[in-house]
Design a binder for this molecule. Structure first.
Ligand SMILES: [Zn+2]
Length: 407
């Protein structure tokens, strides 16, 4: 059924009376309403469908399918609807926002073509950010600044946006930026005077001054082209406000003016790096001190590096710290060192390269006691489900590993 589309003329929040002609189930949880006329723009031409209410019920989407305009509602909220008169109210803020983004996109693509000779291949108008794919391997930072300034000139120039309804045979009258659809009886050509001609079925502003502002947020390489992301109109103000708020937060935390926060952050990172290096050096010193004390306690300081397995079992240290002390003990004494953390239920065993085969020595005992882990000849580590399993493993360990070269 054909629906009269009033969306090009109608952008106000005034209720419009229409007639629900049909209510059609759509999958399990949605319904589609067919109306005699509508204020809601159906998704198409890169612009998403309008939102608003029908008889006070929220519209989830508007689609055009096989020549019909489908107004999508949730089956739950629409269960009491009947065919007959209904009141349509357009979400004007959202419509206006998309109309701004869409008109800005025409001007952006037209300006890129004029300045750099590069065509726009596709576009997407998102709820937060819009993108266009430009057939150019690269657009430099300088290009983008130049482009933003040229667009600001176009907003100040306040050029009119004119809609031409043109039969297909008259299309050559217009220097179109892209190829129009072939199967339409009438082609809508959107002209931004002095800037762009483009066939388009979306909603557009009347003048470029109404766009107000455009910011290019980024340029990334995409399938040999450049994908530009941008925002226009009030989105620019909201983005700027958010950035300012965040900037002020950082500025207060760093105690530097907003204009100097990048310098402040770099200085902070440098200081953090220095502290980290200092901390690492202190940790190594402490580990050496602790390893020496433990070896002394075990009567292993100065003793020749035999095949005994030196166990360093820690109750109140995590495995990272236990392993650090274990590494130092190995350096000081040689042989085999097994460090374990009762806090993490973990162990790590170390020996010099190509001396013993720790995997062969420990794998079985670990698995038998319910542990998981792995490693090689000179380093082997594992984890147990709890204290009991770790203790059983420590009990099961042999005191000696046998002569070097044997497991
Ligand atoms: Zn358009």
């Amino acid at each position: 059924m054909q629906t009269e589309g009033l969306y090009y003329e109608y952008a106000s929040g005034e209720p419009l009376r229409a007639e629900i002609r049909e209510i059609r189930p759509l999958g399990e949880d949605r319904i589609a309403l067919i109306l005699d006329r509508t204020v809601f723009y159906p998704e198409g031409g890169g612009q998403s469908g309008d939102r608003g209410t029908i008889q006070g019920l929220p519209l989830l989407d508007v689609l055009e399918k096989d020549g019909e305009i489908l107004h999508i509602l949730s089956a739950g909220t629409g269960k009491n609807l009947l065919p007959g008169p209904a009141e349509l109210i357009l979400d004007t803020r959202r419509r206006r926002d998309f109309t701004v983004q869409h008109t800005a996109q025409h001007l952006l693509s037209g300006t890129i073509l004029r300045l750099f000779g590069k065509p726009t291949v596709s576009m997407h108008l998102g709820e937060e950010v819009c993108t266009i794919d430009v057939d150019a391997p690269e657009l430099t930072e300088e290009n983008l600044i130049f482009l933003e300034e040229a667009l600001a000139d176009a907003f100040e120039g306040d050029a009119p946006v004119i809609i031409h309804l043109c039969p297909p045979e008259r299309l050559e009258d217009f220097p179109l930026r892209k190829i129009p659809p072939r199967d339409e009886a009438v082609i809508r050509v959107v002209e931004i005077r002095g800037h762009d001609f483009s066939p388009c079925c979306g909603t557009h502003l009347e003048r470029t001054g109404q766009i107000g502002a455009l910011r290019i947020l980024g340029a990334e390489k995409y399938k040999g082209m450049t994908r530009l992301s941008f925002i226009a109109g009030r989105r620019v103000i909201r983005d700027s406000r958010l950035l300012r708020q965040k900037g002020e937060l950082v500025s207060r935390a760093l105690k530097v003016p907003v204009a100097e926060i990048s310098r402040g952050v770099l200085a902070l990172l440098e200081r953090a790096g220095q502290l980290e290096r200092n901390l690492k050096a202190r940790e190594e010193e402490l580990a050496e001190y602790q390893a020496r004390a433990l070896l002394r306690e075990l009567g292993e300081d100065g003793a020749p590096a035999g095949s005994r397995i030196i166990r360093l079992v820690f109750t109140d240290r995590d495995m990272e710290e236990a392993a650090r002390i274990g590494r130092v003990a190995l350096k000081l004494r040689g042989g085999i060192v097994l460090a374990a953390s009762r806090r993490d239920f973990k162990f790590a065993a170390l020996c010099g390269p190509k001396t013993w085969d720790l995997r062969a020595l420990l794998q079985n005992a670990m698995t038998r006691c319910g542990g998981r882990g792995g490693g090689g000849g000179a380093f082997f580590q594992g984890v147990f489900p709890g204290t009991e399993e770790l203790e059983a493993f420590l009990q099961a360990l042999p005191a000696e590993a046998g002569p070097p070269g044997s497991p």
